[in-house]
Design a protein. Structure first.
Lengths: 369, 235
């Protein structure tokens, strides 16, 4: 098996025509999924969308009902021990085995008959990488949730897998540890250059860790692409709602020049740095985090933001620490995230008049047709 | 009250001095117990693993049958084995009746469902995803199964101890198929029955104490193992 041309440590992984049926229910039905060598792909979707099943199939842990998994272009199956030896996984629950931390981390190496001396050195290295130096002798079942998850990652990393599979590894942890671990994971994936399939239902985690994402709904891929592209321009109403934004706006290019394109979205003209010809039909999206809101009467400070409108608050919902606000710009709707303090200060409610500001560079577009 | 004093004194003397006959009884007891426990492990542990860790057609029926078999009185098992091995029985030509082998066969039929049933319960308590985790790290099906048994080791050990306990203390089946022949098929339990019938309460009690000592040693080992591995067990 040849290493991919990209020079990365990872192997390219693809799934073609993957279907998985349990009884009469089709839980996964994917035409094609590709993970480039060394890339981190997030599989995002709500509970029951089939993402864990797809991970199991791509990780050769269970066979698909139909379809084929390709590793660097070669068809492989769950019976292919050599292909499986290039992979390792960690799951939402760390599933540590009884014994010490070192016993756990060394498990895969023992299966591969790695000599004890090499194993010990590798365990020490792997534990250092995940920030658990000197924990070799601890009983695995006395660890905290964050420590256990780090051990689970070390147990996979120590095998130097060329494909790493992670199934919601952070979802049972508290936010503080989660944020720290997400950063650590992203760093480790970069350093190892392995191909990583990362299942999560949390788009923030996906954005922190992945290069690209695939969104699953009822076993089918409804969106795929770069993390910024998918979250910035969701392809349909369901995906937009899952990602916490409004559906993309459809419009016509009405002006070009100076590297800026104006798109009439049925009311306001939205300016973007994307290049499209005059008259082209395009989809337009902007992430809620990029949209700023000011009081209707406020003097907006001088800024480079080319998109400035007056609009009305159409909906307000409290999502955790931030408010999710839907803004009507005279026929076109976009979403914004606003802090609780700002909402209180500005007295924002449905019907409030506000000024809405976002940069042309924050606007994502896709040509239709 | 005298009978108890006399019995205890005799028991102490016999235990301390020992005798070739006593050692013979102990040897046969251990032979039957060990052979039928090992056979029970070989047959019952994989069966228990399958019942506890896999889903297959007929699994529920197998579990129900195993649970029923765990409750069959040893004397009934003895009767069935006796009929099978008797001269007119289907395996009568083997001439095994009233031999240590016949006793081992009957006791294996007692130990196997006990070990299978308890191993099944122990294995079922290990999360199924743990196997998926092992598989994802490169484990083969056999290595997965060994890991699950290792995870369930306390339950598996208890299953083996229960199997051993049942055969070492059983009397009905061994009496029927072994015949309690002195110097040949007499074991501790049948010897106790024999000695007490003859009014030799001291000897009977001495044998009883030995039987208790064996059970105590087995449980002692289990307790020690449990404590020495406590820090690796789930809370």
């Amino acid at each position: 098996m040849s290493v991919s041309d990209s020079g990365a440590n990872g192997l390219a992984l693809s799934g073609v025509g993957i279907r998985k049926v349990y009884g009469k229910k089709t839980v996964v039905d994917i035409e094609r999924i590709d993970i480039a060598a060394g890339e981190t792909l997030a599989l995002l979707g709500p509970s029951g969308s089939g993402k864990s099943t797809l991970l199991s199939i791509m990780g050769l842990l269970e066979p698909p009902t139909e379809g084929q998994v390709l590793m660097d272009g070669r068809a492989v199956s769950h019976k292919d021990k050599s292909a499986r030896s290039h992979m390792a996984a960690a799951f939402q629950h760390p599933y540590l085995f009884k014994g010490t931390v070192a016993d756990n981390v060394a498990y895969g190496m023992r299966l591969r008959r790695v000599p004890a001396k090499t194993r010990r050195a590798a365990v020490t290295d792997a534990l250092a990488q995940v920030g658990l130096e000197g924990m070799e002798g601890r009983s695995a079942l006395t660890l905290s949730g964050g420590e256990a998850q780090r051990v689970a990652l070390a147990r996979a990393l120590v095998l130097k897998p060329r494909v790493l599979l992670l199934d919601e590894p952070l979802s049972s942890l508290d936010p503080l540890i989660k944020g720290q671990l997400a950063q650590d994971f992203a760093r480790i994936f970069r350093e190892h250059g392995m191909t990583t399939l990362y299942v999560t239902h949390d788009q923030n985690e996906a954005m922190a860790i992945a290069d690209r994402m695939v969104i699953l709904r009822d076993g089918q891929a409804v969106a795929a692409g770069g993390v910024d592209d998918v979250t910035g321009l969701p392809p349909d109403v369901w995906t937009a709602s899952f990602l916490g934004s409004e559906p993309p706006l459809e419009g016509t290019v009405v002006s070009t020049g100076d590297g800026v394109t104006g798109v009439d979205v049925g009311g306001p003209v939205v300016e973007t740095v994307a290049d499209h010809p005059l008259g082209a039909r395009v989809l337009v999206g902007v992430r809620p985090e990029d949209v700023l809101i000011f009081d209707a009467s406020a003097d907006i400070p001088q800024s480079t933001a080319r998109n400035q409108y007056v609009g009305t608050v159409a909906d307000v919902q409290l999502w955790g620490v931030m408010y999710h606000m839907v803004l009507d710009l005279g026929g076109a709707r976009i979403a914004s995230r606003v802090s609780r303090a700002s909402v209180r200060e500005m007295g924002l409610a449905v019907g409030s008049r506000v000024q809405v500001v976002f940069k042309a560079t924050a606007v994502r577009t896709r040509r239709l047709g | 009250m005298n009978v108890f004093v006399e019995a205890v004194v005799t028991a102490a003397r016999l235990t301390l001095e020992g005798s070739p006959a006593l050692w013979g009884v102990i040897a046969v007891t251990f032979e039957v117990a060990i052979v039928s426990t090992v056979a029970g492990i070989v047959l019952g542990a994989p069966m228990g693993f399958l019942m506890g860790a896999s889903r297959f057609r007929g699994r529920r029926v197998l579990v129900a049958l195993t649970n029923t078999a765990m409750g069959i009185p040893p004397v009934v098992i003895g009767l069935i084995v006796m009929m099978v091995l008797s001269r007119k029985g289907p395996l009568g030509f083997m001439g095994l009746l009233y031999s240590v082998d016949a006793m081992s066969i009957a006791q294996t039929l007692i130990s196997t469902p006990i070990i299978a049933g308890l191993v099944s319960a122990a294995v079922a308590s290990v999360p199924g995803k743990l196997r998926l985790q092992a598989r994802s790290l490169g484990a083969s099906r056999v290595q997965e199964a060994l890991l699950v048994l290792k995870e369930a080791r306390l339950g598996v050990l208890a299953a083996i101890a229960s199997g051993f306990g049942a055969v070492v203390r059983g009397v009905g089946a061994v009496m029927m198929v072994g015949g309690n022949i002195e110097g040949k098929t007499r074991v501790l339990t049948t010897a106790i029955v024999q000695e007490s019938r003859m009014g030799n309460f001291g000897m009977a009690l001495a044998l009883g104490l030995l039987l208790m000592a064996i059970t105590f040693a087995m449980n002692g080992f289990l307790t020690w193992y449990q404590h020495s591995n406590e820090r690796y067990e789930r809370g």
